[in-house]
Ligand binder design. Structure first.
Ligand code: GLN
Length: 221
């Protein structure tokens, strides 16, 4: 059976780890910290966190180059929040002037922290096209806003009329955090879409134990 990696450089890694284990047996989930780790997985989750920090660590570990190479070959990636920022092709410059170099796999234009500060983080229903079971509980933490979507990119998740989730081939990007909702539907839909419908699911954990409250995690800045 295939293995999925969780990029474990910085950010809400434990939450993704828990969420993926609601969908796959633990033996098929691996933390990714090195190029060798990345070469041993068949898909990758890019967590939320601090995109400049994650970007710097991607560069210093050599993971950025390997990830670019794999993305060009169709490697499946689900990216949330800071992860989406790192995949964007165009980033509006931040007032601080400190922005990550992005991997450019998603032809979208993004502005970081566009809903305000940490205390302006919020929960809102998200309509995810093709997802059964009603609206998805979206948790937005110092979220980026998607300002523009290129022609090869499909918008598939919406908060009202606003685009909050996009995909291009096997690369999915979300401005919210499905790993924090305790709802495994998006993780499952992603793996089903990129690997086919035969994702092996643990019997007892259809919902993960991840918390639904918005954490004050300093990581999400
Ligand atoms: N504000 C963070 C950034 O710009 C992203 C926040 C998050 O991942 N929750 O990198």
């Amino acid at each position: 059976m295939k293995r999925v990696g969780v990029l474990a450089l910085q950010g809400d890694v434990p939450e993704h780890w828990t969420a993926v284990q609601g969908v796959l047996p633990a033996s098929h989930v691996q933390l990714v910290r090195s190029v060798a780790d990345l070469r041993s997985v068949d898909a990758l989750f890019l967590p939320g966190g601090e995109s400049t920090t994650i970007g710097r660590l991607l560069d210093s570990t050599g993971l950025a180059g390997e990830l670019r190479r794999k993305l060009a070959e169709g490697f499946p990636v689900l990216a949330t929040c800071a992860g989406l920022i790192l995949l964007a092709r165009r980033l509006e410059p931040s007032p601080s002037g400190r922005d990550p170099t992005t991997l450019g796999a998603l032809d979208i234009r993004v502005r970081r922290n566009d809903y305000g500060r940490q205390k302006e983080s919020f929960e809102a229903d998200v309509r995810v096209e093709g997802l059964a079971g009603g609206p998805f509980p979206g948790i937005f933490i110092r979220a980026p806003r998607i300002l523009g979507v290129g022609s090869g990119v499909t918008a598939f998740a919406f908060r009202g009329s606003e685009v909050v989730g996009v995909r291009a081939g096997h690369v999915w990007g979300l401005t919210f955090h499905p790993e924090l909702s305790g709802d495994p539907r998006i993780h499952r839909a992603f793996l089903d879409a990129v690997w086919g419908q035969n994702t092996e699911k643990p019997q007892s954990t259809s919902r993960t134990t991840a918390t639904r409250t918005i954490p004050r995690a300093t990581a999400h800045r």
